[in-house]
Design a protein around this ligand. Sequence first.
Ligand code: SAH
Ligand code: SF4
Ligand code: F3S
Length: 440
Amino acid sequence: MTKKFHIWTAGCQMNVHDSEKIAGILSESDYGTTGSIEEADLIVLNTCSIREKAEQKFYSELGRLRTLKKNNPNLKIAVAGCIAQQQGNAILKKFPYVDFVFGPDNIDSLQVWIGSGIQTRGNRKQRTALRENPGYHTKTLPMSREGRVRAWVTIMYGCDNFCAYCVVPYTRGRERSRPGRDIYDEVLSLAEQGFKEITLLGQNVNSYGRNLPEDMDFPDLLRMLHKIEGLRRIRFVTSHPRDLSEKLVSTIKDLPKICGHIHLPVQSGSDRILNSMNRGYSYKEYKNKIDMLIKSIPDIAITTDIITGFPGETEEDFQCTLKALAEIEYDGIFAFKYSKRPDTKALHLPDHVDENVKSQRLSEILKIQEIITYKKNKLLEGKVLEVLVEGASETNDKKLTGRTCTNKIVNFYGEKIDIGNFVMIKILEAKLHSLYGEKV
Ligand code: SAH
Ligand code: SF4
Ligand code: F3S
């Protein structure tokens, strides 16, 4: 009987994609997947450390597994991801029922652990050193991809930006770009398997290529991938505003497969706060880049991330952020209360903002943005848009769901045979988080 594994995942798209790599390794090693933790012989918790809440969720999940392990001593528990990288040894020490800990740069060490017949509790292992190059930097790990229509492709590892609030440079190490040829081969193989859309992943895709021996930057990579037949859409996350170049904007404009959506995290509208965050741009510089994007690509959708209550943020700073929201009118935002993270510079800044003030500011931002998002979606009513159909809708299996190239979710009644195809949909009704339409 084959053994069963279960993966619990938290965090960003990069982590969700890492879980596909973990699942790939396990599936190749004769493990079958199960949705139930009670049935599993091996549970992997793939963790996120970006905010305190994410960390708390992991510890409560791990706590839940204690009884499970008591009842089934043969159960193996591994902890992966960004908390594993930061807390490695501490986790093994504090939670004697954890068998293996490995960081994002050491996913391939899971292969070795499984291959060596999984260590017993007396032989617990940890693999969390941040490597110069992850072991799989130049080779592709086996992967169990979640969908058959859209796929993620890692183009770089780590981050060198050290934004004052952020743990990522500590959990994912220095920035390293994957060789262009390897990325090309992976995308080519995806297109041959019938995938229509890819999302290129990196913490700062705009600096792709900076540390590669070959002379290649992000726009060059896009041009190379654009030639792949069968591939219809190319997306990427995340862009750092400081490194967004004119060359990239004209590349998005010129190449029809590059989707008209950019996620450009602003974080704050106040120069004082941006400076203290170590973001490397002023609001004016950021706004100039937005203007350049809209001038070249008028239909482009723009989304962003915002942090409320960063240390030292005054009411005046906060008003600057509100002003930025009103001025730019994003298609959507992700907003978060500032959260203290280990190792980061912001931890030691003076004037930490009261928790209630952070919450108030967050809800004000979300309220204002809801009006803007709804207004923007409403403008699409009556329009006919091309939608790549991804699957059945979560709430109603007679409905299908897909996305426009601007990354808007569209639901409509259709046939299962449409899944994986492009259909033209007339938008009948705009909602806050999705659009509803009919096939034309
Ligand atoms: N590399 C991307 C984003 C990485 S994290 C970028 O540079 O934009 C995703 C988002 O989480 C960030 O954009 C930021 O808004 C938020 N975030 C990161 N650290 C945080 C913290 N300590 N508290 C609150 N939000 C945080
Ligand atoms: Fe974190 Fe800044 Fe790097 Fe983004 S660019 S991952 S926010 S350090
Ligand atoms: Fe992603 Fe969370 Fe790590 S956002 S990079 S999994 S800290």
